[in-house]
Design a protein around this ligand. Structure first.
Ligand SMILES: [Mg+2]
Length: 274
């Protein structure tokens, strides 16, 4: 019997050992308009070859993420609903309290006060969600399978919205203004999800040396701050968010998946040349 030596020395020297890539989807890895990710394929393929997990961290639902997971050929953890849902492979999703049913109870109770005038996804039919979001029927159905957050259309005035915000905070939730929808969320964010995943994987004996996060919008801020290497992806109009707390943060030259691709190829090359 011969013993095959394991080259621990060589492994320790691999500069890409123990990397994790956390990424927003919309406008970051997926094109803002077309949801195309083909410009990012070279980096995605290199990351797969180097066995560096790519972990989507999105405002989308678990059901929506499953579609992207298959298209992107990912097999690791995922984060849905802006950090409130963490999915580890072959496990039930971990849902931050209070969870969707309690949120719906809170909303229905709130609406007994006539100044809180709004409608949520849970109040709408598939047709209404399609109309309000522009999604097709299949996508609207996936977007409605919610576990821990609710998109709302606010019909009241700003003063009543501020009162509603205080009511939500008192109940352990928060409100986040998106492009079109107001989102009722559990009291968590994408950054706390990143920290949870790093701790969880380490507790299972996985080596993690370096975390990278890519995002394009305000709801990515906590995730970018939680990472060792934050990368801001330029928006489709050429503008970009800023991260004053981390003045060294790289901003991609190109928007969306093309910028995502180049930033990661550059980063890998930079570390491999060291
Ligand atoms: Mg985005």
């Amino acid at each position: 019997m011969s013993i095959i030596p394991i080259s621990g020395h060589k492994r320790a020297q691999n500069p890409l050992n123990g990397w994790l890539v956390f990424t927003d989807l919309d406008g970051t890895l997926l094109d803002h308009h077309s949801y195309d990710f083909s410009p990012a394929l070279p980096a995605l393929q290199l990351l797969r070859k180097k066995r560096i997990p790519v972990i989507p961290v999105s405002s989308k639902t678990h059901a929506e993420l499953n579609v992207h997971k298959a298209q992107l050929e990912l097999d690791g953890p995922m984060v849905a609903e802006n950090g409130a849902v963490i999915i580890y492979p072959n496990e039930e999703p971990q849902v931050a309290p209070p969870g969707y049913l309690m949120m719906r109870d809170f909303l229905v109770e709130s609406r007994t006060n006539p100044e809180f005038d709004f409608i949520g996804f849970g109040d709408m039919s598939n047709e209404q969600v399609m109309e309000e979001t522009g999604l097709n029927r299949e996508s609207a159905q996936l977007a409605r399978q919610r576990l821990a957050s609710e998109p709302l259309l606010w019909h009241g005035d700003q003063e009543s919205l501020r009162r509603f915000q205080r009511k939500a905070e008192t109940a352990g939730m928060r409100l986040l203004q998106g492009g079109r929808f107001l989102h009722l969320l559990s009291d968590t964010d994408k950054g706390r999800a990143v920290i949870h995943i790093v701790k969880h994987l380490r507790s299972r004996g996985k080596l993690i040396n370096r975390t990278i996060a890519l995002g394009d919008s305000d709801n990515d801020r906590a995730m970018l701050l939680a990472a060792d290497i934050p990368i801001i992806v330029r928006k489709h109009d050429g503008s970009h968010m800023t991260l004053p707390e981390r003045p060294d943060t790289k901003v991609t030259e190109e928007p969306g998946p093309a910028g995502w691709n180049q930033a990661l190829l550059d980063l890998i090359q930079q570390y491999e040349e060291r």
